[in-house]
Design a protein. Structure first.
Length: 90
């Protein structure tokens, strides 16, 4: 079974939201789903709003819906969506 590189965008519900707390909770959720975080970043969107972008590796056949639903349930998160999904080949 192959691995995949996944990039997910998590949008906070306001510009005042603490992005470090969202990132910390998201890391825990991804690691519970057996993902390995490779990169985290904050992407400016508009009017002071920034998104948390997490890039991680995970088994290609993982079920995306439960992961996205858990990420959406983080306090002060308005949305979470996979924005890139690629097979990793060594």
């Amino acid at each position: 079974m192959a691995d995949a590189a996944v990039k997910i965008r998590i949008m906070p519900d306001s510009p005042e939201t603490n992005l470090d707390e969202i990132e910390s909770e998201a890391r825990k959720i991804i690691e519970r789903h057996k993902g390995k975080i490779a990169k985290t970043e904050q992407e400016p969107i508009a009017f002071g709003l920034k998104a948390v972008i997490l890039t991680f590796s995970i088994v290609e056949s993982f079920n995306q819906d439960p992961l996205e639903n858990e990420l959406r349930s983080i306090s002060h998160v308005s949305s979470a969506e996979i924005i890139d999904f690629r097979r990793i080949s060594f």
